[in-house]
Design a protein around this ligand. Structure first.
Ligand code: DMJ
Length: 623
């Protein structure tokens, strides 16, 4: 895996300066110079000394006239002419590894307390980023006061609940967010809980879901390992909490048990439930696993193999995708269930919402993680992704009426059945994934300049921007400014009266239909995730403004005074009825993406990291 993962543009320049390529001519003239200098020291006569000065002068002129206009930005951002530097460079010692940054420097460059580096610091966004950091602190303080060690906080009843198998999921999900925000006290608290309790829990606990445990707990541990400097040559984001190897060892123990989901199955499709203390696994009650679940554990298992040196994790996980490659699909789209017993898809229900979503996300992200074009073994993933997105555009994308919002619907009975204009909030991961897949993490401007965007990329980027608008309007259209769990769209074939979101002044009030059973909000991250990715890629500040508006609505309606934030029952009424649950992904994802959206682009750059589906950043392989 990656040996050197710079966190800021400034550091990339720094690295490049140290590892600059040296031409054979330079190497030759350098040794000649070194030799003559040595000789002259030995026998110093005036004649020889004059010849030496002459030689130096000629060498200088040759080098300066070769590239008079070549210039670089020096470390202070000033332009320096390279020609003038060359003599110095010839005499420079061979390149050596850059020194590890001191904790303070690391803070400024990678994860300063306000998260902004010098390059594009803007006080307005720095202040907003600070507000997100305070929100995270408030969320954590409620959790630690009332629910430390439980999976989730019930902020209104002020107690904890184990909804995910009892591995303290909030602690692990929140840990890398605290590292990125530079909240050292929280890193210490969470880290020391992990060190003291997590392994014991893993050894003792019973049933957990393979997918949820992988993306939240394993993913959180792996990110914490990386961000705390686990890989040699990379920078630490924190010096607090346990040593990185502690995270790695716990991750290995957990993954060894989770592996039973793969090894007990008669096909490459894993069972969905694991009994941790027995290291055994079994299928879900109905028999089938969710397609998104079995196909969204590969980033984590691949990275664990890379850092542990044991290929078994990656081998098992990648068999799933290689197997799915050969299954029949509908224009690249897949049903949301798959059977571990037969290895085939079950039913015909196609959607990009629950149980379907991250299948598509991981196709492109695993390809990116594995070095994309560097590694042709995984080209099939890119092909599957491109075909699927073509299928999305052809079969699932429609426009609402009267105002023409672009949305992604569902095919509950396959491509021959009726189209449903239903879109889960979960689908709002798609704009970010489409934009990332198009530019591979570069800015749009850069990708266009370098002529890197194919026709498919451009189509996908356009769809990304249209869908991001729709996802934002799902918030804007409600009385609270927060999105419902599910929206329907008014089309020529589908309409329902009197089910608007409660914000009569929204121009899309008649386009978006919100049914009573779908009006809850679980503090989900997908829209702010996409706003973050789109902002990084397009640099359009409207995405930041929209993110801020959403954050303010969370602050207004979901904040619980005594600590924590809560899910809501109904976003269409004010004040909304509160649900009493703070999901782990509010700390793991929602607040992390908002924080990054308002901060400097060089923190966790998108061409160096992929975020797993729970927002835990993992480095991209660069060899
Ligand atoms: C998270 O656990 C993950 O993002 C998952 O892929 C989908 N659902 C939640 C957040 O909404």
């Amino acid at each position: 895996m990656s040996n050197s993962l710079p966190y800021s543009v400034k550091d990339i320049h720094y690295d490049n300066a140290k590892f600059r390529h040296r031409s054979p001519l330079k190497v030759f003239s350098q040794s000649l110079l070194t030799l003559s200098t040595k000789r002259n020291y030995a026998s110093c006569s005036t004649g020889k000394f004059l010849i030496l000065i002459l030689f130096f002068g000629v060498a200088c002129l040759m080098l300066m006239s070769k590239s008079p206009n070549e210039s670089v930005l020096n470390e202070k951002g000033k332009v320096t002419f390279v020609g003038g530097l060359r003599l110095g460079r010839l005499l420079r010692k061979p390149p050596r590894l850059p020194p590890r940054l001191s904790p303070d420097e690391g803070q400024v460059r990678g994860s300063s307390t306000n998260g902004s580096t010098v390059s594009n610091y803007d006080p307005k966004w720095a202040a907003r980023q600070q507000s997100v950091k305070e929100a995270f602190d408030h969320a954590w303080s409620g959790y630690r006061k009332y629910a430390m060690g439980y999976d989730e906080l019930m902020p209104i009843s002020q107690k904890g609940v184990d909804g995910l198998g009892g591995l303290g999921a909030t602690v692990v999900d929140a840990l890398d967010t605290a590292m990125i925000m530079g909240l050292d006290n929280i890193v210490s608290e969470a880290g020391s809980w992990v060190e003291t309790h997590l392994l014991e829990r893993i050894i003792q606990k019973g049933q957990v879901n393979l997918f949820e445990t992988t993306i939240r707990v394993l993913g959180g541990l792996l990110s914490a390992y990386h961000l705390s400097g686990g890989e040699q040559g990379t920078m630490n984001m924190t010096h607090n909490g346990p040593k990185p190897v502690i995270y790695l060892n716990i991750a290995k123990d957990l993954a060894d048990r989770l592996l039973s989901a793969f090894t007990s199955s008669p096909t490459p499709v894993p069972f969905c439930d694991v009994i941790l203390h027995e290291s055994t696994a079994h299928p879900a009650p109905g028999g089938a696993s969710s397609t998104a679940e079995v196909a969204s554990v590969q980033l984590e298992f691949n990275y664990l193999s890379a850092i542990s040196g044991d290929p078994k994790y990656s081998t098992e996980a990648m068999k799933v995708l290689a197997h799915i490659k050969n299954l029949p699909k509908t224009e690249g789209l897949v049903p949301i269930y798959i059977s571990p017993q037969t290895g085939d898809f079950v039913g015909e229900n196609i959607r990009l919402g629950s149980r379907g979503d991250s299948y598509y996300e991981y196709l492109i992200k695993v390809w990116l993680q594995q070095g994309a074009k560097l590694n042709s073994n995984f080209t099939y993933l890119h092909d599957m992704y491109i075909e699927a997105m073509k299928g999305v555009r052809h079969l699932l994308v429609r426009n609402s009426i009267p105002k023409g919002l672009v949305f992604v619907g569902e095919l509950p009975y396959g491509s021959k059945g009726e189209f449903s204009p239903k879109m889960d909030h979960l689908v709002c991961f798609l704009p970010g994934t489409l934009a990332l897949g198009a530019t591979k993490g570069l800015t749009k401007e850069q990708a266009l300049k370098e002529n890197l965007l194919s026709f498919e990329d451009l189509e996908n980027l356009k769809l990304a921007e249209d869908l991001a608008k729709t996802c934002f309007e799902m918030y804007e259209v409600t009385a609270t400014g927060l999105a419902p769990e599910i929206a329907y769209f008014h089309t020529k074939d589908y309409s329902e009266d009197g089910l608007d979101g409660g914000n009569k002044s929204s121009m899309y009030a008649n386009d978006i239909i919100i049914k009573p059973a779908d009006r809850h909000n679980l503090l989900r991250p997908e829209t702010v995730e996409s706003l973050f990715v789109l902002y990084r890629i397009t640099k359009d500040t409207k995405y930041r403004d929209q993110g801020w508006q959403i954050f303010e609505a969370f602050e207004k309606y979901t904040k619980v005074k005594s600590g924590g934030y809560t899910s809501l029952d109904d976003v269409t009424e004010v004040p909304p009825h509160r649900r009493d649950k703070m999901e782990t992904f509010f700390l793991g994802e929602t607040l992390k993406y908002l924080y990054l959206l308002f901060g400097d682009d060089s923190v966790i750059p998108l061409d160096k990291f992929v975020f797993n589906t729970e927002a835990h950043p993992l480095p991209i392989r660069n060899t």
